[in-house]
Structure formats: structure tokens, C-alpha cells
Design a protein around this ligand. Structure first.
Ligand code: BMA
Length: 835
């Protein structure tokens, strides 16, 4: 097999133009126009409006390339396109060779007869996906959510990233272009077409059954070699003779090192090399990294209905994590470093699962490789979201079938893959008995999500479970996705329904695959898309970078409920993040206490695709919001928490232990005044906590104390200590933080080599360091009682003398004072170093 790469320098032009501009492949029309200085940054202020025309226009890409006479002597020459966005017509030397209609699948065309030795030209013409979708809608309307506000209509007719048409956290920037590798492949004898590795786990061994399929062009006796290595050491290898290009071989790994999700063990990865030979001539090879594990969704009848939890190697685990969206609207800009940074952040905050949400993209191999290495299991939606789909159209069904086949084959060997899920939120009101203004018919729904897709998964990846949609109610009424007895659910009563955070604690669902609360991105990130006069929550630009229907007013509504509204813009921004953290912590801790009834909490959402107000815990520039720091604590494998009753003053103390082994330690608690931090009462108890459990270890009653001190002057501090070390700490309030009788905490800062040592004279809540650095700090947004010291590791680059002054350290008390932040650094626009 010979490969001629056609990536790199291309040219492009708008339909109707005569001159060409330089382009880069892989890339897209927006990134090419940006590099060619033809458009302003679409993420800056309201520039998105000025570049709307791009998605309504046709575009042509072209490249001249040389092919040798020798290359053309091969018996087959294919043009291989990894991902074309989306509706394209490809021609070589003026002759049309094919059309494409699906961004999510690779395309191959035989091109030998159109190529000539020497110079050739390829042109790819892209139709407007937007106009196409809209024309189809006119022929037959099929519904999609919120077409009037944040989303352009018609995307559900096109197999293209659905959020490219806009979403309630993302811009309406409809791209086109060559998104993946493009190459000529020359073949003579044969190439590997498909390799499937099945794992059979036995006692102290794992058998790998490897199915090999080759595409054969010439009648030869083909052989394959399968070799397994671990960290460079040979484990085993087998040779096999293929018959008609097909063969199966089984190899055994003795004393296997098992792969575990983050927090449960290591992530050893074995390398499986498959080489295809004609006698001694190497024709083709594949390498796959695999983890030896059994990873399943377990659904058994139980006392509450039907379980819904994941198990790895027979060990159940509570899924802790969030939902993943594309990390940039212009997806080819997301670098390996960006993926590493985001996934490392997920790992560092104890995520063991990410849900790749169905309105984005099937992420590239690098994403899954990193998830494998970091132990982050993946709930993989197929790419259908919040819309009805034209399953009545045979062409649509056949391109979807090919897309699903290719994606299942590409992703199935990854250790991190936990589940295939048909779609996002179609069963949440978009399906009915018949087609209507808002629904598709059940018949048409079932055709795709109950038949075609599960059949493909069963055929190509029988070791991974399939779930038709998220949310889905597997028993009883299928539309009853809010029921707490079975299935997964999305809880949006908080935020979309404007319910108070307390609503979360009325929910005992089996697995919460979405719930969320918005905040603003980091002040420095806001500076990247605004000018000074935009710095007000309801300025047109701040509202423009907010796509949720209930908008910035919702953040302020909840802020007024929980906190005082700061007068200063930057304080409002940071407080919105604290508020978001409070909401998600409030929910997660309750659900973790409810295990094993509830066995998963994936908050909406981990990341952003542009700088905007959103539910993300990490903003577009990779900066951690308060929520992400808090997740480090509320997702920690050993956690102490309390479920309080603010009326009666009772607090039930829970210890959550995600480890398989039991833990022994001391629970310490102290009740103190909020104004002075004076300890009113304290206690401790020794506890033994079983593994994989949440245990209620104590119930405290503070009725009298509430009466004598007032709810607004009491804080309960809980600590779990093991081997003289505090492994978990939590604060419980008996009123909203705005009602607390806080005083100036008199924060003290010491600077010591690479550390900031922070303490306070009086209780300090949600203490944060605003350090103008782009690396996550070792801790932030924590509470301090008098006598506590918190140490933050700091980078060398910071001016220690300045830090000593303590001007960069804030706490909730500051947000109540109308103080200004110290002046910020100059505007940081997006640059490679800032992501
Ligand atoms: C859910 C998701 C997304 C959406 C989010 C916030 O419904 O599936 O479609 O962005 O809520 O509204």
C-alpha cells in the first residue's frame, strides 16, 4: 500500500469569485478566511453577525499535485477523505468523481482512470448545508428545538455536527471544508480492511480473539501476524494464513494487568500489532492500544425498580463526571495539547466518565487514546440531538448506516468506551404516535434507534452495551423519562425550570446524565471578546455571548436568592461561578449519598466551544471556573458531607467511599459562629466505612443552638481524618450564604518559595486567589476557619513581593463590599499560548 498525502496547502474561493486564496487542509472555511485576513474574529463581540454569510455561500477548494507514473501502475488508486464537511462534489482534472453528504464518515473513490502522470488538480465544491437543510424543510417540515432563538433551522436534514447550526451555548457558524486527512492510496495486492479484537476474561488470563479482514485485489496466499506487547516487551504473537482475506486467531495473555477507570486502579495498555503479508512482503499494518477489562452497564431488577450502573471487571462504580461538547466551533483548531489539557483537568477532578454528547462530533482517535490513558470512561452518544430526523428518507438511512458502521469499528477497541447511546433527548418530547409539528412517529424513531443502530452495535461491537437515548425509560411508559425507578434522566428543573437548588434533593433517580447551572467565564476570558464598555451583565455583548433562553437574568435571579449582588462586574462574574459550584455540589453530594440507588452524576457540561456564559466548568480558554475546583472535592473518592435540615437543625453526616477497600478514620465536627469563628461545640467519632459505599455515620441535632445563635451565625465544619491527615472537609450552612453574619475575615498571606500560605482570622468562605496565571492552581475557592492554613502551589513566574501584599486573595466577604479588583492585565486575545 502506498500513500500520497494531499493535506497541507490548498487554495479556496467563494462561489462566483475568480481569484483564489491560500487554504490549509485539514481546516475549514472560517479558519482559512481568518488566516487570509478576510474576516474578523467571529468570537469577538458580535462579529458572528458579520460572518453569517459564510454558511449561506458555496465554496470551492483546490490543489495541484504530482503523481508519478509508477504510482499509477498500481492496480487500484483510491482517493480517501477522512471527513468532508459536508455536501461536496469532488472532481479531479475536471472530471467529477463523487459526491458526499456526511461529515461523520470517511469516503473513498476509485480515481485511477482520472489521474495522469505528472501534475493533476483536485477540486472540492461545497454546497451550503444551511441552504440545503432549509430547502428540505420547505419540502417537508421536521421539527428541531429552538429554531427561533439560538439555532438555525434545517440541520437535522444534514449529517453534520448539529451544534454547528448554533446551540444554547454556542454560535451559529455553519462551516464547510476538508476536516480530516485526504490522501491517495495505491494498492496492488491487498490491504487490511477491518480488525476486531474480542476479549474473553478467564481466571488469571485473558484470551484475545482477533478477527482480520483484508481487501484482496490479487489472488495470493496472504498471511497475518498478530503480536502483543506491553511497554515494549513482547508478550505473545501468532501467525495466521488468511483464506479469501479472512482469518481469526486467538492469543492468550497470562497474568493480565487489568485496566481500571480513574480512581479504581491503573490503566495498563497493551499494544496489538497486526501485519498483513504476501510471503515476506509487508503489505499493511494496524496498531491498536487496548486495555484488558470488562466494562458493562448493569440493569437488574432491584428494590427500587431497575438498577442503572456501570461495572468494570465486576466492580460497580458511581459514574462521576460531566458532558463533553466540541472544544471549538472550528474543530480542526483543537490540538492534541487542548485535548490533553481538558482531559487531564477532568481526571484531576476525579472524573471517571465523560458523556460525548450527541449534538457534537465523534471525537478523533486522540481523544479516545487520552481517555484510555487517563481512565476516563466514555458514554458515547451517536450524533443525533434535540430534533426529529428524516428516517423516512432511504438515502438518509443509508448514509447513517455507513456512518454508524465506520464509527463503531473505529472506536470499539478503546478501553474507555463504556456505552453506545442512540441520541440526546429525542425521547424527551420529540416522538409521538404520528409525525406532527413537534414530533416524529414512534415507527420512524424505532427504525433508527431501536433497530438499525442497536443491530450495528450488536454485530460490530457485541461487548459494549447500547442504550437508545439519553434520557430513556426502559420500563413502563417510554415517555416517562422523569421517573426515578429506572433508566437515566436529565434534571433541568433547576435552571430551565427555575426551581431552587433544593429541588435536586427531591430527586432519587438512578443515573443523572445531565443537570447543570450556568456561570460566566473567567474575567480574563471575558476580556478576550469585549471592550471595557461591555463590562456589564446586561450589556448587548454580554447578552450576545449568552444563548440560553432564560439568559443572564437567570444567573442573577439565583444569585439574589443565594448571595448579595456585588456592585462590581468582576465580582459578579466570580460570584456567578461560586453560585454554579454551589448548585452542582449541592446535587452531586446528595446523589453520592444516595448510592447505590443513584449511581451516576454527569453534570452539564465540561467545556466550551467559544467564550461565553455557559454551564461549562472549564471555559473556552481552558481556565478552570470555581465549579471545576469544587469538583475536585465533591467528586473525591473519600468524601465527608452532611445533609442538613435547616428548619430542625439536624445534620446527617455521610462518608462516601468509592474505593473497593474499607476505610477507617475519625470524623471530627465543630459548630462555630460565622462572625468570629468561635467554636461553640465540637465532637469526634471513630468510624469504619465499607468499600464502595456511602454510610450515614452520625446524626447531629442543633435545634437549640439555632435558636440561641441564629441560623445566620452558625457554620458546621466536618472533617474526615485518616492517619492524622484530613482527607476531606466540608462546610454546612443553616441559611443562605447571603444571610450569614460574615465579618472581614482578615486574610493573611505568606509566600514561601513556590507556595502561597493562606490563613484567616475569622471564617472566610470561598477564598480564591486571582493570580493571572493560565495553569490551574492546586486549590481555589475553599473555606477557612480561624487557625486553618491552606497552601497553594504557585508558578515561579509570579512576583512574590506583590503576592505578599495579599491583594490577589479574595473571599465571599469581598463580594459584599463593592470593592474593585486590582486592575487587570491588558486584553488577552486568543493566542496559541492561551489555550
Ligand atoms: C441539555 C443538552 C443540551 C443543552 C443543555 C442545556 O438538554 O442535551 O442540548 O445544551 O441541556 O440546555
Amino acid at each position: 500500500m502506498n500513500i500520497l498525502n494531499l493535506d497541507g496547502s490548498w487554495e479556496f474561493r467563494k462561489g462566483g469569485d475568480t481569484s483564489w486564496l491560500p487554504a490549509t487542509v485539514p481546516g475549514c472555511v472560517h479558519t482559512d478566511l481568518l488566516i487570509a485576513n478576510q474576516i474578523p474574529d467571529p468570537y469577538y463581540r458580535d462579529n458572528e453577525n458579520e460572518v453569517k454569510w459564510i454558511g449561506e455561500t458555496t465554496w470551492t477548494y483546490k490543489k495541484n499535485f504530482n503523481v508519478s507514473a509508477e504510482f499509477l501502475q498500481q492496480s487500484k488508486v483510491l482517493l480517501h477523505c477522512e471527513s468532508l464537511d459536508t455536501l461536496s462534489t469532488i472532481s479531479i482534472n475536471g472530471q467529477e468523481i463523487g459526491k458526499t453528504d456526511n461529515q461523520f464518515r470517511a469516503w473513498e473513490f476509485e480515481v485511477k482512470n482520472v489521474l495522469r502522470p505528472g501534475e493533476n488538480e483536485i477540486q472540492i465544491y461545497f454546497d451550503s448545508a444551511l441552504k440545503y437543510g432549509q430547502a428540505r424543510l420547505k419540502e417537508r417540515y421536521i421539527h428541531s428545538w429552538s429554531t427561533d432563538t439560538h439555532k438555525l433551522p434545517g440541520g437535522n436534514y444534514v449529517r453534520k455536527s448539529q451544534c454547528n447550526f448554533g446551540w444554547d451555548w454556542g454560535p451559529k457558524l455553519v462551516t464547510c471544508g476538508v476536516l480530516g486527512q485526504i490522501q491517495l492510496i495505491g494498492l496492488d495486492i491487498a490491504r487490511l480492511d477491518d480488525v476486531y479484537i474480542r476479549q474473553n476474561h478467564g481466571k488469571d488470563k485473558v484470551e484475545l480473539v482477533v478477527d482480520i479482514k483484508a481487501e484482496v485485489l490479487a489472488k495470493k496466499s496472504l498471511k497475518a501476524k498478530v503480536s502483543i506487547t506491553y511497554e515494549g516487551d513482547d508478550i505473545t504473537s501468532e501467525d495466521i494464513t488468511l483464506s479469501k482475506g479472512v482469518g481469526q486467531v486467538a492469543v492468550t495473555i497470562d497474568n493480565p494487568l487489568l485496566w481500571w477507570p480513574n480512581g479504581m486502579g491503573e490503566q495498563p495498555l497493551y499494544k496489538v500489532d497486526i501485519q498483513l503479508f504476501d510471503k515476506d512482503l509487508l503489505l499493511d499494518s494496524f496498531t491498536k492500544s487496548i486495555g484488558l477489562r470488562i466494562l458493562n452497564l448493569v440493569r437488574n431488577e432491584d428494590q427500587w425498580g431497575e438498577s442503572f450502573h456501570f461495572e468494570c471487571n465486576g466492580v460497580p462504580f458511581f459514574a462521576k463526571g460531566s458532558n463533553w461538547i466540541p472544544a471549538d466551533t472550528f474543530i480542526t483548531r483543537v490540538s492534541e495539547q487542548d485535548y490533553i489539557r481538558l482531559l487531564q483537568a477532568a481526571r484531576d477532578s476525579h472524573h471517571n466518565m465523560l458523556r460525548v454528547w450527541g449534538g457534537g462530533i465523534y471525537e478523533p482517535d486522540i481523544f479516545f487514546n487520552i481517555c484510555d490513558q487517563m481512565g476516563i470512561t466514555v458514554w458515547q452518544d451517536l450524533m443525533f440531538s434535540c430534533a426529529t430526523y428524516p428516517t423516512f428518507d432511504d438515502e438518509f438511512m443509508s448514509t447513517v448506516e455507513e456512518e454508524a458502521r465506520q464509527q463503531v469499528k473505529r472506536i470499539r477497541h478503546h478501553a474507555s468506551l463504556a456505552l453506545w447511546c442512540g441520541n440526546n433527548e429525542l425521547e424527551q418530547g420529540l416522538v409521538g404516535d404520528t409525525w406532527s409539528d413537534i414530533t416524529m412517529s414512534w415507527d420512524n424513531y424505532e427504525k433508527l434507534f431501536d433497530k438499525l443502530l442497536p443491530e450495528i452495535v450488536a454485530e460490530l461491537d457485541p461487548q459494549t452495551d447500547y442504550w437508545p437515548g439519553s434520557p430513556h425509560s426502559p420500563l413502563g411508559d417510554r415517555l416517562d423519562w422523569k421517573n426515578p425507578k429506572w433508566g437515566d434522566t436529565h434534571i433541568w428543573d433547576v435552571w430551565h425550570g427555575m426551581a431552587p437548588f433544593e429541588f435536586y434533593r427531591t430527586c432519587s433517580h438512578r443515573f443523572v446524565s445531565e443537570f447543570g447551572f450556568q456561570s460566566f467565564p473567567e474575567p480574563r476570558s471575558i476580556q478576550s471578546f469585549t471592550i471595557q464598555s461591555d463590562h456589564s451583565i446586561n450589556s448587548p455583548i454580554m447578552e450576545y455571548h449568552q444563548r440560553s433562553h432564560n439568559g443572564n437574568a437567570s444567573i442573577i435571579h439565583y444569585m439574589l436568592d443565594w448571595f448579595h449582588l456585588p456592585t462590581d462586574f468582576d465580582h459578579q462574574i466570580v460570584l456567578s461561578q461560586i453560585l454554579q459550584g454551589v448548585a452542582i455540589k449541592y446535587a452531586v453530594e446528595y446523589w453520592r449519598c444516595s448510592m447505590p440507588r443513584t449511581m451516576g452524576a454527569l453534570y452539564w457540561q465540561l467545556n466550551d466551544c467559544w467564550p461565553a456564559a455557559s454551564w461549562a466548568s472549564i471555559d473556552y480558554y481552558g481556565r478552570w471556573k470555581a465549579l471545576h475546583y469544587m469538583a475536585r472535592h465533591f467528586f473525591a473518592p473519600l468524601q465527608i458531607t452532611g445533609i442538613e435540615n435547616r428548619d430542625t437543625g439536624s445534620v446527617e453526616i455521610y462518608i462516601i467511599n468509592d474505593f473497593q477497600e474499607g476505610s477507617e478514620g475519625i470524623v471530627r465536627w465543630k459548630l462555630m459562629t460565622a462572625n468570629q469563628g468561635e467554636v461553640i461545640q465540637y465532637g469526634d467519632l471513630s468510624v469504619k466505612i465499607p468499600g464502595l459505599s456511602s454510610s450515614r455515620v452520625e446524626r447531629l441535632e442543633f435545634k437549640e443552638q439555632l435558636q440561641s445563635y441564629g441560623k445566620n451565625n452558625l457554620l458546621l465544619v466536618l472533617q474526615f481524618e485518616m492517619n492524622d491527615e484530613i482527607v476531606s472537609e466540608n462546610y454546612i450552612f443553616f441559611c443562605r450564604p447571603k444571610q450569614l453574619n460574615l465579618q472581614n475575615p482578615e486574610i493573611r498571606v505568606k509566600v514561601n518559595n513556590h507556595q502561597l500560605i493562606i490563613s484567616a482570622e475569622k471564617p472566610a468562605l470561598w477564598v480564591w486567589a486571582d493570580l493571572d496565571v493560565d495553569v490551574p492552581l492546586s486549590d481555589n475557592f475553599f473555606h477557612l476557619a480561624p487557625g486553618d492554613e491552606r497552601v497553594i502551589e504557585i508558578p515561579d513566574s509570579l512576583d512574590k513581593k506583590e503576592l505578599q501584599k495579599g491583594k490577589n486573595i479574595f473571599s465571599l466577604w469581598d463580594t459584599y463590599q463593592g470593592h474593585s479588583f486590582p486592575s487587570k492585565s491588558t486584553i488577552t486575545r486568543r493566542s496559541s499560548s492561551s489555550r
